[in-house]
Design a protein around this ligand. Structure first.
Ligand SMILES: [Zn+2]
Length: 269
């Protein structure tokens, strides 16, 4: 049985407040953006996922207990696989205050697996930001608090506060470094599940002229980008000859005419 990540995106659009003092970021938007970026990457890491709050747009809060119940019943229906519940949030303190950094919560009397996940994810996010983005980032550490979503869920559960949208330096990270935050989080999640973490694969520009296998149903397009028309779709698991790669898009002549495919959905044989 595989590993399952239950993603819990905090807050819905009609929540009051919860935005940066300059109104450039609302917390629910950050959380929602992060949940989809995470989900998109989990496939290639062989981790299944379920979202308790997939559509926060145009809605009032759906209720914390509702989200717990959704998580608990999904997990049970799946036969209780190896699982982690991850609630996504961003933090707030006084307007433009100096409080900043990442902290990850577990509930009182939580399982040792929750504690383990909390430490791994907190350290991974902290080290990633400190080493690659901002040396002044702060590790506020693993903390204990009986938040509903992590105390009423039946599986190991953590709540991540990625940084403070009331701090100018953290706000920049929350707005512009989401892909990086996702990778650091995944690194921690993979350590927790004991699976290999590999960062998103991007191919170098150049001539390949090699055979590859499609890892999904693959669209062949008229140009290098999803904004170009689809010429044809090659089924998942087919083999395909790819030629020149530019910005992760390969040219191919397999359809008898020039077409382009994304490098995200092929694997070289
Ligand atoms: Zn929140």
């Amino acid at each position: 049985m595989g590993n399952l990540l239950i993603i819990d995106s905090g807050h819905n659009e009609y929540v009051k407040g919860k935005e940066s003092p300059d109104k450039s970021l609302r917390e629910w938007k950050f959380n929602n953006s992060m949940q989809y970026k995470l989900a998109n990457r989990l496939k290639s890491l062989n981790i299944d996922y379920y979202m308790t709050n997939p559509y926060p747009q145009g809605k009032d809060e759906i209720g914390l207990i509702t989200r717990c119940n959704k998580a608990n019943s999904y997990w049970k229906n799946q036969g209780k696989p190896n699982c982690l519940f991850l609630s996504i949030h961003a933090n707030a303190y006084k307007e433009w205050s100096s409080a900043r950094g990442v902290e990850v919560f577990t509930c009182k009397n939580c399982s040792s697996n929750s504690t383990k996940a909390s430490r791994l994810i907190c350290n991974s996010i902290y080290n990633g930001v400190k080493n690659n983005i901002d040396k002044g980032f702060i590790n506020r550490g693993s903390k204990i608090e009986d938040f509903t979503v992590i105390s009423k869920t039946n599986m190991p559960a953590v709540l991540v506060e990625y940084g403070f949208y009331t701090n100018k330096l953290d706000l920049e990270i929350l707005k512009h470094k989401q892909d990086e935050l996702v990778e650091y989080t995944l690194d921690g999640i993979c350590s927790y599940f004991g699976v290999n973490y590999s960062s998103e694969e991007k191919y170098a520009n150049g001539n390949y002229n090699k055979k590859a296998k499609t890892t999904e149903n693959l669209n062949v397009r008229k140009g290098r980008g999803t904004n170009y028309d689809i010429v044809s779709t090659i089924p998942k698991g087919s083999s395909i000859n790819v030629n020149y790669c530019l910005n992760n898009w390969f040219s191919t002549y397999d359809l008898g005419t020039l077409g382009y495919v994304s490098g995200d959905y092929i694997k070289f044989l």
